[in-house]
Write a protein that binds this ligand. Structure first.
Ligand SMILES: Nc1nc2c(ncn2[C@@H]2O[C@H](COP(=O)(O)OP(=O)(O)OP(=O)(O)O)[C@@H](O)[C@H]2O)c(=O)[nH]1
Length: 296
């Protein structure tokens, strides 16, 4: 056996006495538990180094504290315990603790009409911090949906009207002929453009829950045009109808989401951003909205 003591560089004094805002590790692989699912995740774990004379923090102590995440369902209370462990193991060195967990939540989504279902993944980031003894937890969730341009729809309708005028000029209207025309290419001579769009929801939570699935469901219900998984023709037709009934500029989508998020008691504040990856342009249409709950 080797009787030598292992050198501990972290315990040395720093040559430059300077506190640091965040020191830790990024991209630590670990499993977490959300809604009964065990998910692959990566964690960024850190503390402030307030003792500017200390050479370094103790990375292994942060790493080992993350074990709690693997063993219990993820809740704000669990996140707080992990952060408290970060601080307890860095007494005299650190006042603030930080944890970010990135994962992909998998949800099984039913088709709109047919008895089918498929999996959809939602990028989720959970950020927690214990700063000046105040605990904060935030969620970032991306939701993908379809948006059909209301202006383009109106312009397409006008072209369809014009085609009708051209095709039926001086012709007495007959139900059968009109029905056939409506089912022909002339009956839909122009189509509005639509695009795959994404909503980036960044919410500050209050309370004891981590309402990830509730927020995804609320956002998708507010938009009405969530992207689909398994799709048969009947589902595609229902999706076309949903798009026609939910024509949306990016401003409309942002307003819908704003109203939906405000209804959640679990949310203290939010910043949302919607991105419509335009098919009309090579650039995106983007809208943002912020809100903070008034506690007065
Ligand atoms: N502070 C710090 N440690 C690093 C860095 N890169 C790698 N490490 C290593 O992280 C390992 C774990 O550090 P500690 O937690 O201090 O390990 P330890 O001293 O055996 O554990 P304790 O006795 O609990 O302090 C050490 O071997 C460090 O060399 C770095 O940039 N900063």
């Amino acid at each position: 056996m080797n009787a030598l003591t292992l050198p501990d560089i972290a315990a040395q004094a720093s040559r430059q006495a300077l506190p640091l805002d965040w020191v830790g590790m990024c991209g630590i692989a670990l499993p977490i538990q959300i809604d009964g699912q065990r998910l692959a995740a990566t964690a960024d774990a850190g503390v402030s180094l307030d003792d500017g004379t200390a050479r370094g923090i103790h990375m292994s102590r942060l790493y080992l504290a993350l074990e709690m995440l693997d063993q219990h369902p993820l809740t704000p209370a669990l996140l707080r315990n992990v952060l408290q462990r970060f601080l307890d193991t860095h007494e005299g060195l650190s006042k603030n603790a930080y944890l970010r967990i990135n994962t992909q939540l998998l949800l099984k989504r039913p088709a709109l009409v047919s008895p089918l279902a498929g999996w959809k993944s939602y990028p989720v980031s959970i950020e927690a911090r214990l700063e000046n003894q105040m605990f904060h937890v935030e969620l970032k969730i991306d939701v993908t949906y379809s948006s059909t341009c209301p202006c383009s729809a109106a312009l397409a309708r006008q072209l369809i009207q014009q085609q009708f005028v051209d095709d039926f000029a001086n012709t007495p209207l007959q139900h059968e002929a009109l029905l056939t025309w409506l089912g022909s290419a002339n009956g839909i001579v122009a189509t509005p453009h639509s695009q795959r769009s994404s909503a980036q929801l960044h919410v500050q939570l209050q309370g004891t829950d981590l309402p990830i699935i509730d927020l995804i469901n609320a956002a998708e219900a507010a938009l009405g045009t969530a992207v689909q998984t398994a799709v048969k023709r009947a589902d595609e037709q229902a999706f076309a109808l949903a798009n026609g009934q939910n024509l949306m500029f990016c401003e409309d989508a942002a307003r819908r989401l704003n109203l939906a998020l405000k209804r959640s008691d679990a949310i203290k504040a939010f910043h949302l951003k919607v991105i419509h990856a335009e098919s009309l342009h090579a650039h995106d249409a983007v809208a943002e909205s912020r809100w903070t709950r008034d506690f007065a």
